[in-house]
Design a protein around this ligand. Structure first.
Ligand code: HAM
Length: 431
């Protein structure tokens, strides 16, 4: 146990972590360009927040939450998603009293206790956005476009954007009744959870993961059949905006999403080739959630994208993530006296903004050069005490195999010059 991590979690090691840093940079830039500010909320919240926000009859709340009593006897839950927490923070910090709409984004770990498999983890990472304070269909289109833009900037292809409208509290009762009639006739084909959902929340039966319930739900009545005129108009306006923006979509009448807070627009992005867990992102409107959490009647919309699944897709589609060079220069000491001065010089170069490292294992000069080669460093400074007396060092270009002496006081400038030439075209993030 001491050397085994919990199931469904992962260590992100050097070599892999650069991919995450790349995603984070793309996210940072995307959000700035769309006018979103970052929000960071706690990893854990009071359990009631998710029970109320996500919904008591959802799979997430019924089966998947990491919930425990803390030492003060309070029920605490590791966040299974970000929306409820952002809404809580919006209310607690009275963001509704400031400029509207409030456009927020977040990245971070979420926790769901589910059977781990390819693309499904117990700790996973979401990039999400939430906008509070506007019901404009143009905003629905912006949020959806932003998600698609993110995938596009990463170079992902062959994505399917599925979109639906799940209606509002005005049209919901009609659908609810139709669904109850439909499933009452098929009750013996449902799992025990769904039998319980039949009276309390029949819509949830439609996203149960059990095969038998999926089978029973085929041809069930859909929300699009029972939208009120306002919801219908809103949905059509969103689709029109997407068309104008050139964002391809498929209306999917049976898309309900697994969380209770959705109203109106619901969408999901799927991709083939990464296995059964093919949803790489999803979102929608939640016009009733702020009120449900005890706040004013303020609409909201957002999405969350699963970054592990995004990386899996990139790998599967052969997209290579550019890696920045690790070090600008390695400093190798040719003798003891030079070794004694190495750290001070390394430190001086670092103060000049260069990425520099040296040997700490007492290696010979030859092994230091080999070590620098294995690190993939393009430039090595060879420090010898005789040269230092003369105020010079040797600069070795590892790929060209050439070397020359330069004055010590020109070292930083030379390294930077080499870096500029070397980096153009490779080792840079995105564009
Ligand atoms: P969700 O559909 O539950 O929505 O999750 C969003 C995305 O998180 C999924 O499409 C998937 O990519 C990823 N994901 C979910 N569970 C796992 C898992 N166990 N392992 C790996 N990835 C996973 C939400 O969470 C909503 N809060 C989205 C939202 C934001 N709606 C409005 N605003």
């Amino acid at each position: 146990m001491l050397t085994t991590r919990p199931r469904g979690t992962s260590d992100i090691l050097p070599g892999e972590v650069e991919k995450w840093q790349y995603l984070e940079q793309v996210i940072y830039r995307l959000c700035r360009e769309y006018g979103y500010s970052e929000i960071r909320t706690p990893i854990f919240e009071h359990t009631e927040l998710f029970e109320r926000g996500v919904g008591e009859t959802t799979d997430i709340v019924q089966k998947e939450m990491y919930t425990f009593l803390d030492r003060g006897g309070r029920s605490i839950t590791l966040r299974p998603e970000g929306t409820a927490a952002v809404v809580r923070a919006y209310l607690e910090n009275k963001l509704y009293a400031g400029l509207q709409p409030v456009k927020l984004y977040y990245t971070g770990p979420m926790f769901r206790y589910d059977r781990p498999q390819a693309g499904r983890y117990r700790q996973f990472t979401q990039f999400g956005v939430e906008v509070l304070g506007s019901h404009d269909p143009a905003l629905d289109a912006e949020v959806i476009t932003m998600a698609m833009d993110f995938y596009g900037r990463l170079g992902l292809k062959n994505l399917n954007l599925l979109i639906n409208s799940v209606g509002c509290p005005r049209c919901r009762p009609v659908l609810r009744e139709k669904l109850q009639d439909f499933f009452r006739a098929r009750v013996d084909r449902l799992c025990s959870h769904c039998r319980g959902r039949l009276e309390r929340n029949p819509l949830r039966i439609l996203d149960c993961k059990e095969e038998r319930c999926r089978e029973a739900g085929k041809d069930a009545p859909t929300s699009l059949d029972y939208l009120c005129p306002d919801c219908e108009a809103h949905f059509q306006a969103v689709l029109k905006q997407l068309e104008k923006l050139g964002v391809a979509f498929t209306v999917n009448r049976s898309l309900v999403r697994g969380l209770d807070y959705y109203t109106n627009t619901a969408f999901e992005i799927t991709v083939q080739g990464i296995g059964a867990q093919n949803s790489i992102g999803g979102g929608g409107r939640y016009n009733g959630l702020v009120k449900e959490c005890g706040g004013p009647d303020i609409p909201g919309i957002g999405f969350a994208l699963g970054l592990e699944r995004v990386l899996l897709t990139m790998e599967q589609q052969g997209i290579v993530i550019p890696r920045p060079p690790k070090l600008d220069v390695f400093l190798a000491a040719a003798d003891e006296a030079a070794r004694d001065r190495a750290l001070v010089l390394v430190q001086r170069l670092r103060q000049e903004g260069l990425a520099v490292d040296m040997d700490y294992l007492g290696r010979s000069l030859k092994s230091q050069m080999k070590y620098a080669g294995k690190l993939g460093v393009g430039l090595v400074v060879i420090l010898g005490s005789d040269e230092l007396e003369r105020g010079v060092v040797t600069l070795r270009n590892m790929s060209a195999g050439s070397q020359r002496e330069i004055p010590l006081d020109r070292l930083a400038g030379e390294v930077r010059q080499h870096g500029l030439k070397h980096v153009s075209g490779e080792g840079k993030y995105g564009n």
